[in-house]
Write a protein that binds this ligand. Sequence first.
Ligand SMILES: NC(=O)c1ccc[n+]([C@@H]2O[C@H](COP(=O)([O-])OP(=O)(O)OC[C@H]3O[C@@H](n4cnc5c(N)ncnc54)[C@H](OP(=O)(O)O)[C@@H]3O)[C@@H](O)[C@H]2O)c1
Length: 344
Amino acid sequence: MNKKSVRWGLMSTARINERLIPALHASSRSELVAIASRSREKAEGYARDRGIPRVFGGYQEMLDHPGIDAVYISLPNDQHAEWSVRAAEAGKHILCEKPLAISPAEVDRMIEAAQRGGVVMQEAAMYRFHVQTQTVQRLVAEAAIGEIRFIQCSFGFTLSRVLDIRLDPDAGGGALWDIGSYPVSFIRSTLRTEPVEVAAWQTESDRGVDLSLAGQMRFASGTLAQFTCSFQTLTHWHASITGSEGSIHLDQPWLNVVDTTGHLTITRKKTGGKAAFGDSTDFLTETITYEHCNAYADQVAGMEACILDGTPPVISLTDSRANVATIVALYTAAREGRAVRPES
Ligand SMILES: NC(=O)c1ccc[n+]([C@@H]2O[C@H](COP(=O)([O-])OP(=O)(O)OC[C@H]3O[C@@H](n4cnc5c(N)ncnc54)[C@H](OP(=O)(O)O)[C@@H]3O)[C@@H](O)[C@H]2O)c1
């Protein structure tokens, strides 16, 4: 693409747009030019308040307009695949909210449409675009803490809105689809491989949506991983990686709050010190502090690099497909009370 900036359209008036809009406004390589909503009236008020020049009273209308290069899809999870495919068919680049879709078959259709349309399509799992996440991946790949034995992580908050799309089974609701997708993505991308087997337990709402879920994954290397996700806890999150030679701890693994400060603490054994049982007693602890984190701005920069410079995506569609396949396997495991091998 021989251009200097990307002209963006937002597909819906979703609340999450509030994280992306300032990042788009702040970037010299992006221009927020339009918003589409099911209701033109709603879109007009929304656009007026946020300085967005063009309004469409329907998603397809925006896709049909030649003045848009890329769309941000912030629709309920069950609509991600349909509108990503339509956007690709219209020749638009796509940043689609997580989870990319709710079945591997849907992701296959999206991959096919992106290839046919020759467009960039990427999942908006923003934490993956931040240097903190990339540093963890590098440290693990360099065996900075030896062989990885365990990964443990969590993401939870209190969901108080009764009519939230997250509680609607027909809209791809559920804690695992919503926030469990982060731990699943973190575990898989840190290890750069897929689990051979998963297990899970969940507590459900009256409508059959998981409100809390605890999942486990087993990898061929012998690494074991555990995570929790919940709509029924006080806000909390963490990620820990435990290896044969040390450990890594993140207090802000998901970077879902703009301007937050994250700490990556790496603990390694000092050579020499031995206790009665042969275990090390002396540790070296180093903390890397990431201030003013804005993973949403990094995500915008990541899309700009793909679209304008032709760089490879941070999250490939194959990666997102494997995340979806793992989540589907975890749901099967929770519902059927057995360990499940994810679809490859
Ligand atoms: N990356 C992150 O940090 C993050 C955080 C939160 C959410 N998300 C993801 O972003 C997406 C949106 O989440 P959200 O909480 O922002 O959603 P939301 O506020 O409920 O908004 C969803 C939007 O989708 C449109 N829509 C179309 N069909 C709908 C239907 N049948 N029911 C409800 N809305 C419908 C509506 O826009 P119009 O009426 O204008 O068409 C609505 O405003 C989800 O995929 C979620 O997983 C990501």
